[in-house]
Design a protein around this ligand. Structure first.
Ligand code: ADP
Ligand code: MG
Length: 304
């Protein structure tokens, strides 16, 4: 670990580097033509979202993506990796995940076990150090995309515990006295469903983008990525009902993009004629998942 003075110096150097990068990376006018992220065949990204991705890459900062569930946050990381031809490493965060697990774990149990059974090489601690997802991303020879998915699932300390490592792109393994330093700085994408607020110090270091719920035009494009041959009237009627359901004030869980995609799939497979959708709400359970919401939707039939 660095002392506060060293930390300050490192931070100052980083700012200088960023300033210089900002002057040379075409941010001041030329834009991101050529290289960079421009969406992909199976992912529809708004201009603003593409710009945020490219700014984060140019400034070498983590991109923090917030938005309702189902707005394509996880899928964005896949699309960025695929379109830039880079490997994607996914760190799925759960309520019990600790920052340390992303760096490395020392498998003492295995070592003890091996020791008892007289295995060779027990003295070599490095055999029992397993890199976590962040460690793997740092250790990779090629630049990778690292997705830290649903960071708000973990406890409040979690983002703060990763600040130093994400800033400096390195960490120290005490047991083996080895520093793992990023060979190629990974492109870091962090997602949050906004279940919890994230600490200010963490937010300061990220480029932030909120994915708005898609408007009807964008949604049409997204659906067509998944169902290119969808019949126009079926799509139009299903979307109308979908947005009407979302607009009901008392609804507990608003249906998401992925639910609309599934619903259209069900309607197509079921051979439902477009004009029956509004009247009969076929397979509505694909879109509305809570009993209370189903009741509300059924009683607001006049809406559709
Ligand atoms: N912009 C988009 N382009 C293409 N598909 C999308 C888009 N947004 C959402 N989807 C679809 O919705 C599903 C849910 O997206 P996902 O990335 O898992 O959402 P989130 O991580 O925000 O909860 C994806 O599997 C994809 O099929
Ligand atoms: Mg997700």
């Amino acid at each position: 670990m660095n002392s506060p003075a060293e930390w300050y110096e490192l931070d100052r150097n980083r700012k200088m580097e960023e300033k210089m990068a900002g002057e040379n990376n075409g941010l001041n006018g030329a834009g991101f033509q050529g290289a960079g992220f421009h969406g992909s065949r199976d992912y529809v990204a708004s201009e603003e979202l593409m710009a945020s991705v490219n700014v984060a890459i140019a400034l070498k900062k983590p991109l923090l993506i917030k938005g309702e569930p189902g707005t394509g946050k996880t899928k964005l990381a896949e699309a960025v990796a695929a379109s830039l031809g880079k490997k994607l490493i996914i760190w799925n965060i759960k309520s019990t995940t600790k920052a340390q697990e992303g760096l490395y774990v020392y498998d003492t149990i295995q070592r003890l076990y091996d020791g008892q059974f007289g295995e060779e090489g027990v003295d070599d601690i490095s055999r029992y150090i397993k890199l976590g997802k962040l460690g793997e991303a740092f250790d990779s020879e090629e630049q990778v995309v690292l997705l830290i998915d649903e960071i708000d699932k973990a406890d409040l300390e979690f983002p703060n515990d990763l600040l130093w490592e994400l800033d400096q792109m390195e960490f120290y393994i005490h047991e083996t006295k080895r520093t793992v330093k990023a060979k190629q700085r990974p492109i870091v994408i962090i997602t949050s469903n906004a279940e919890k607020e994230l600490p200010d110090a963490f937010l300061r270091r990220c480029i932030f983008h909120y994915i708005d719920f898609p408007d009807q035009q964008l949604m049409e494009e997204i659906v067509k990525v998944h169902h290119p041959d969808v019949e126009e009237n079926l799509l139009k009627n299903a979307m109308e009902v979908f947005y009407d359901i979302r607009a009901i004030r008392d609804i507990r869980k608003k249906p998401s993009t992925s639910e609309l995609i599934d619903w259209i799939n069900a309607l197509q497979l079921g051979g439902i004629p477009a004009d029956r959708i509004k009247k009969a709400l076929p397979f509505v359970g694909v879109v509305v998942k809570k009993d209370e919401d189903l009741e509300i939707v059924k009683h607001s039939g006049s809406l559709f």
